[in-house]
Write a protein that binds this ligand. Structure first.
Ligand SMILES: Cc1cc2nc3c(=O)[nH]c(=O)nc-3n(C[C@H](O)[C@H](O)[C@H](O)COP(=O)(O)OP(=O)(O)OC[C@H]3O[C@@H](n4cnc5c(N)ncnc54)[C@H](O)[C@@H]3O)c2cc1C
Length: 469
């Protein structure tokens, strides 16, 4: 039967069920349920097929969104999974962690009436297809005999590995961590992305012939010289791990922690990879202040709540409108009991032998700075101390090029980002022609989906460089 052209009005947006806040704060698992095939088809059918797929253009990997929605509406699950993998190496992960409100769904033509639930359907496609036996089709891939080393098993490295494997190029992925995923595993908390999903992706990639060499830090456990000698090309996707230093007086006081070690200590405990209680940062029973308004800050908020903090206050120096964190995660934090203080800039961590508070000053937004964002200006006489016995600092990360870059002619920009070719024959090629790079180390801390995109594009360039593409 033909679809009613106004189906998007008759059928309202319905997201998969979300657990009530009081229930979900008692565990660290994912908080959203799943569509069944009937719900997925009905929600996919809300797509207008508007002819101007802004969703597709706004998506950093340019997913063929209206096309896979149509396939889901028609019940063609495996075809949708194949199509979804044509543009994205980690669709089930992006479906979970992308800020859809400012990407595909924000650009959806019917956004005013409730955008099509693109993220949840994207997640459904791979989850359900995998459960029903779908696997990437490698039947027509012929081995070219070429070998490429990938350093970093984060989204950029995994995106590169996926494309190289499909090109018949052997991808050998080195990572310092004991599991793949980079920040997907050792950063993003399990209530946003359960680690079983990353392990499943590892199985899929290994099934495609990708080899992982884990617990191996290049430059320490194996030299970059050996890597470059033994492979036809190298892709670097080593991320950004140097903390942005707020240079706050008192920031070294006991009780003040950087966001990432805090989050990772909690994840390691969940994964049972580190049972040493001395390495576990626990905010149970504490009054916690989280500084920073990005995704990392939101993850600290919600982790502290789950650990049983007495109170969690998140202070951010701009207003809510200008917060970099995904709106969905800000909403989830609020529902779970986090108190937000907008327009508050921290100026000092207060305490003697241990942190007792954070001195903040109220701000108003002034003229745009060099980055185009309106700059917070302190309001004189508005200082106050927020009481705290634990503080997590989430000011972001900068790239930190290792010493071996220079030895091998891999140049960095003054910001620490790796210099790559943006135009010309081989995009993402570094100043060492045999070495390519992408993801956070090239663009600065950003998103999973942009790292996947750059890894994939770099791999296409590598394939061309090796005469395979
Ligand atoms: C707490 C947190 C929450 C986030 N939440 C979101 C979110 O909700 N949505 C979203 O889209 N983005 C989110 N992000 C951002 C996103 O995770 C990153 O943009 C993305 O992971 C970058 O991918 P990457 O592959 O460039 O680097 P990474 O994921 O950082 O991976 C780099 C890998 O390189 C390895 N490595 C580094 N040096 C070496 C070496 N010398 N030898 C071997 N291995 C090495 C590291 O061990 C790591 O595994 C979040 C980031 C953080 C920190």
């Amino acid at each position: 039967m033909a679809k009613h052209p106004l189906q998007f009005i008759e059928v309202r947006r319905k997201d998969p069920d979300k657990q009530p806040a009081e229930e979900r704060v008692r565990h660290f698992g994912e908080i959203y349920g799943h569509y069944d095939p009937a719900n997925a088809a009905q929600q996919a059918g809300r797509c207008l097929d508007c002819g101007n797929p802004y969703c597709e253009w706004k998506c950093p990997v340019h997913n063929y969104i209206p096309n896979w929605l149509k396939l889901i509406e028609a019940g063609k699950l495996f075809e949708a999974a194949d199509l979804s993998h044509q543009t994205n190496s980690l669709p089930e992960i992006c479906g979970r962690v992308c800020p859809q409100d400012r990407l595909c769904e924000g650009a959806c033509t019917i956004n005013d009436m409730g955008a099509v639930s693109i993220g949840s359907i994207e997640r459904y496609i791979t989850d359900e297809a995998y459960a029903q036996g779908w696997r990437p089709d490698m039947s027509e891939v012929a081995d070219t005999g070429k070998r490429v080393a990938i350093i970093g098993a984060g989204p950029a490295g995994l995106g590169a590995a996926d494309i190289l494997a499909r090109e018949g190029i052997r991808a050998i992925v080195y990572d310092a961590y004991p599991e793949i995923g980079g920040l997907l595993t050792f950063g993003i908390p399990p209530f946003k992305l359960e680690k079983e999903i990353v392990r499943r992706r590892r199985k899929l990639l290994e099934g495609m012939g990708v080899k992982f060499v884990l617990n191996t830090r290049v430059g320490v456990d194996i030299s970059f010289q050996q890597i470059i000698d033994e492979h036809d090309a190298v892709f670097l996707g080593i991320g950004t791990y140097k903390y942005v230093d707020g240079k706050l007086p008192g920031q070294d006081l006991p009780g003040v922690v950087d966001a990432l070690p805090y989050l990772v200590s909690n994840i390691n405990r969940q994964l049972k990879v580190d049972a040493d209680p001395a390495n576990f940062i626990n905010f149970a029973g504490k009054h916690v202040v989280v500084l920073g308004g990005g995704d990392t800050g939101m993850d600290c908020n919600r982790t502290a709540i789950r650990q049983g903090a007495k109170s969690v206050t998140c202070a951010y120096r701009r207003d809510e409108e200008n917060m970099p964190g995904s709106k969905r995660e800000v909403e989830n934090s609020k529902e779970e009991g986090v108190r937000f203080l907008f327009n508050r800039q921290p100026i000092e961590i207060v305490g003697d032998k241990h942190v007792t508070g954070v001195r903040v000053v109220e701000t108003k937004l002034g003229a745009p700075g060099p980055d185009g964002r309106r700059q917070p200006e302190p309001i004189e006489g508005s200082e106050e101390v927020l009481p705290a016995d634990a503080v997590a600092i989430a000011f972001g990360f900068r790239p930190d090029p290792p010493a071996w870059f220079e030895e091998h002619g891999i140049e960095s920009l003054p910001s620490g980002r790796t210099r790559v070719s943006t135009h010309g024959e081989f995009p993402f090629q570094t100043t060492n022609p045999k070495v390519f790079a992408g993801g956070d180390m090239v663009r600065g801390s950003d998103l999973v989906v942009t790292a996947v995109f750059e890894g994939r594009e770099a791999a296409k360039a590598i394939s061309k460089y090796l005469g395979v593409w």
